[in-house]
Design a protein around this ligand. Structure first.
Ligand SMILES: [Zn+2]
Length: 180
């Protein structure tokens, strides 16, 4: 059955530290029992930039990602540094669209500097990993989890994201193993 499984594709977007991407790709695959490809770096779509908000509109980024897919079953997730938004939200850490199989995660709010705190690289990767697992979980049809320890728990605040574990709870894991 291995050949029939959809791949996860990680897409570095804009200026992104490549070692972080390769680590993410290596560690996210086993979580979903999928192989992972890394795309060559791509630019953020300029039409996603909202000059007034000085943020990027996540849905325009997802539309660009959808056009990079080599087959419809791939799950593509972009990682960028830029601040993202949806019209009803001041900002988002990430967003996923199940139908198109695309998602994006931003490092913007994961950086301690954003909160006026000293730089702390050790904080960034765990946050990126958890948010990526959460968004890719959506792509595999998981809905939000109410268990604050589960990686699939909705966390907009850094305290919440830091407090949750980097793995799925038993309920979410059972849902994941039930899917194709
Ligand atoms: Zn859960």
């Amino acid at each position: 059955m291995g050949l029939l499984k959809s791949k996860i594709v990680v897409a570095p977007m804009g200026e992104i530290e490549f070692p972080m991407i390769t680590r993410l790709a290596a560690e996210i695959g086993p979580v979903f029992n999928r192989s992972v490809d890394i795309l060559k770096g791509m630019q953020l779509p300029t039409e996603a930039h909202n000059v007034v908000r000085n943020q990027y509109y996540a849905l325009v980024i997802l539309a660009k990602l959808e056009r990079t897919k080599s087959n419809p079953r791939e799950k593509v997730i972009a990682v960028c540094e830029e601040d993202l938004y949806l019209p009803d939200e001041n900002y988002i850490l990430g967003h996923a669209d199940v139908l198109s199989g695309t998602a994006v995660v931003s490092l913007y709010h994961f950086r301690q500097e954003f909160y006026g705190l000293p730089e702390d690289d050790s904080k960034i990767y765990p946050r990126l990993f958890k948010e990526t697992a959460h968004q890719v979980g959506h792509l595999f049809n998981l809905s939000e989890c109410r268990n604050p320890k589960c990686v699939n728990y909705f966390s907009q605040m850094m305290l919440d994201i830091d407090n949750k574990q980097d793995r799925f709870c038993d309920i979410c894991r059972r849902q994941l193993t039930g899917m194709v």
